[in-house]
Design a protein around this ligand. Structure first.
Ligand code: OGA
Ligand code: NI
Length: 374
């Protein structure tokens, strides 16, 4: 890299040619060699990782998230496990899932292939760039790269998982083992999602467990929902205190299952403070999304979380996002509404989410906030 280009990147965030370089992602930027975070990625002081703002993570002992043992949900102590699940969903909307039974090689393969995907030459990765939120395969950077004034320190690959026969041939063909690894991982997480959703409905007392088929209308809807695998790459950052891997957000959808590598970075906002979720070996972080908060009429919480970046280590995480089918409308379950618990959210669908994303409202409040009835 010439000194001239280096200067352009480091000192001039507004330069047009540099602007288009930022579109190519953080990994690309880092490969060109930088020692400072370009202005484009510098967040205002109150939003930074260590701002006073009641959010100083440094002074807070790391909070232990509830641990849900998947094997207990399947065993003779189910009712006790359901109770723990209920408490976790009410209090945090986040928990660590252990004994989840996903074979170790499936986990190792998805992490490994994800790392190798982001190590491919930019030209190879760039084949999958799409700014269409409905595209089944999207490689991109930041959060919403067409709209974000300030970028986050994150590149991603989003792979839609249905219908599998249609989307599989569209997934990246390089590395050669990517499709198989994502396929195996997505099937395992879909199964876990189904088992967890069933348990969550039971914990909300919406599942008729005397019914042999063990199914009801809600479950049928949830079962046919969509799955999106998001591979996040957060390259090591020379000035991690100035930027964010992901800004505060809650997850759209019903449930997110997150696999993080051994590098920490995820924080949840709990009682007004930012708390780091420490990676627990062999676990998955599960969180309630906006749809489930709406469906439960606010009983279960879709918590705000964010991602910090690291000065020395690149971090990979893989989120499996499960939502209702694209055309479905989510609304508070009528069974959870009564005089004491009036309806708290508007009907919500994917179109309302897209409208929100392209509206100026998205700068002022979260999507979930925008769906609340006042
Ligand atoms: C997300 C997310 C957390 C992480 O993808 O929505 O919150 O640790 N990811 O990458
Ligand atoms: Ni998230």
């Amino acid at each position: 890299m010439s000194a001239e280009t280096s200067l352009a990147v480091e000192t001039n965030g507004e330069n047009e040619s540099t602007e288009s370089e930022f579109q190519k992602g953080v990994k690309h930027l880092c490969e060109r060699g930088i020692t400072k975070v370009p202005t484009k990625y510098v967040w205002p002081i109150p939003d930074r990782p260590n701002s006073g703002n009641g959010n100083s993570s440094a002074s807070i002992p790391n909070l232990k998230l509830p641990i849900i043992d998947f094997s207990k949900l399947q065993g003779s102590n189910r009712s006790q496990a359901i109770n723990s699940l209920k408490n976790a969903c009410e209090k945090f909307g986040f928990f660590q899932l252990v004994n989840h039974d996903i074979p170790r090689d499936v986990i190792e393969s998805i992490i490994d292939v994800s790392k190798r995907f982001f190590e491919l030459p930019f030209e190879e990765r760039s084949k999958y760039i799409s700014t269409d939120m409905r595209s089944p395969v999207r490689y991109g950077t930041s959060s919403n790269q067409n709209k974000d004034d300030i970028y986050c320190w994150r590149d991603f690959l989003k792979l839609s998982c249905q219908p599998l026969s249609d989307v599989l041939p569209l997934w990246p063909s390089s590395p050669v083992d990517l499709r198989q690894a994502v396929l195996d991982y997505s099937k395992n997480t879909k199964f876990l999602y189904l088992m967890l959703t069933e348990a969550i409905l039971e914990s909300l007392e919406l599942m008729d467990i005397t019914n042999n088929e063990n199914e009801n209308d809600e479950f049928r809807e949830f079962k046919d929902g969509s799955q999106l695998i998001v591979v996040n790459c957060y390259p090591a950052c020379p000035e991690p205190d100035l930027t964010l891997g992901l800004p505060p957000h809650s997850d759209y959808g019903l449930l997110t299952l997150l696999l993080q590598d051994e590098v920490q970075g995820l924080q949840i906002q709990y009682e007004g403070r930012w708390v780091t979720v420490e990676p627990l070996p062999d676990s998955l972080v599960v969180n309630i999304g906006d749809h489930l908060e709406i469906f439960s009429n606010g009983k279960y919480r879709s918590l705000i979380h964010r991602v910090l970046v690291n000065p020395s280590k690149s971090r990979i995480s893989i989120a499996s996002l499960h939502s209702l089918p694209f055309n479905s409308v989510v609304q508070p379950s009528p069974k959870l509404i009564d005089e004491d618990n009036p309806r708290r959210y508007m009907d919500t669908d994917f179109a309302s989410f897209l409208d929100y994303c392209s509206s100026s409202e998205s700068k002022r409040k979260s999507f979930l906030e925008s769906r609340k009835l006042t």
